[in-house]
Design a protein around this ligand. Structure first.
Ligand code: 5RP
Length: 225
């Protein structure tokens, strides 16, 4: 079913896109709406955009809709990336990766001059941790990484496609979801996780989002100070 908040946020993000720029295409259902609306606008206004994608799905969708989607390494930087988020706090820190695209999403975000997140109001949270934090891990030795996360009292679970099959990401890795609701210092946790061998990336996106667009009527825009 269509979510009016996601549509409102994705629509409002269009006004941040200028002609002759490089645009990062996020992943997830809100980013999908943005990509569809962007393609309509590019065709209607005959715009010249270069796009880079944060997942195979968004790349395929953009190409199918006629957008000029190129590999990230073909651009020197990205002017603006529009992406969704799973949970975002008042400081515009967030948890991402509900759609398992966090690794490419973070690489594109770090290459972007401006990161805009488009969310419906349900994603706002006074404190991060109600959404489970996705952690992307190499399949090799992932049981040991799982045990390390269990020893940290993070209640890990492998993300599954079905009872027998672990989900694999666009990079053929696994996702382990953990509970960070009892963690006070998420910056310290993020630093520790990324240093642990076998962890490829985590879904803590701290100090990355510049502008949050919350899908209300009218859309609410919050800029990072
Ligand atoms: C995918 C993501 C998405 O941006 C996040 O899950 C939000 O998705 P949606 O817009 O469908 O709620 O991080 O890895």
């Amino acid at each position: 079913m269509e979510n009016p908040g996601k549509i409102a946020a994705a629509t409002a993000a269009l006004s941040y896109i200028e002609d002759n720029t490089v645009v990062g295409l996020g992943s997830g259902s809100t980013a999908k709406i943005f990509i569809e609306k962007l393609a309509e606008r590019v065709a209607a206004e005959n715009m010249t955009l270069t796009c880079v994608a944060t997942s195979h799905f968004s790349e395929d969708l953009g190409l199918k809709l006629g957008l000029n989607v190129v590999p990230l390494d073909e651009v020197t930087s990205v002017d603006v990336t529009v992406d969704g988020a799973d949970e975002v706090d008042p400081q515009l820190n967030g948890i991402k990766g509900g759609g398992a695209a966090l690794f490419f999403e973070k690489i594109v975000a770090k290459a972007s001059k401006q990161n805009i997140w488009v969310v419906d109001p349900s994603k706002e949270s006074p404190r991060l941790g109600s959404f489970k934090l996705p952690i992307e891990v190499l399949p090799f030795g992932s049981g040991h990484v799982f045990n390390y996360l269990a020893d940290m009292d993070l209640d890990p679970t492998f993300r599954m496609l079905d009872e027998q099959t672990r989900l694999t990401t666009d990079s053929a890795n696994y996702i382990i979801d953990v509970d960070v609701s009892k963690v006070d210092d998420l910056h310290a946790l993020g630093d520790e996780l990324i240093r642990h061998t076998g962890i490829v990336e985590h879904g803590l996106f701290l100090d990355i989002c510049d502008t949050l667009i919350v899908g209300e009527e009218p859309a609410r825009v919050i800029n990072r100070h």
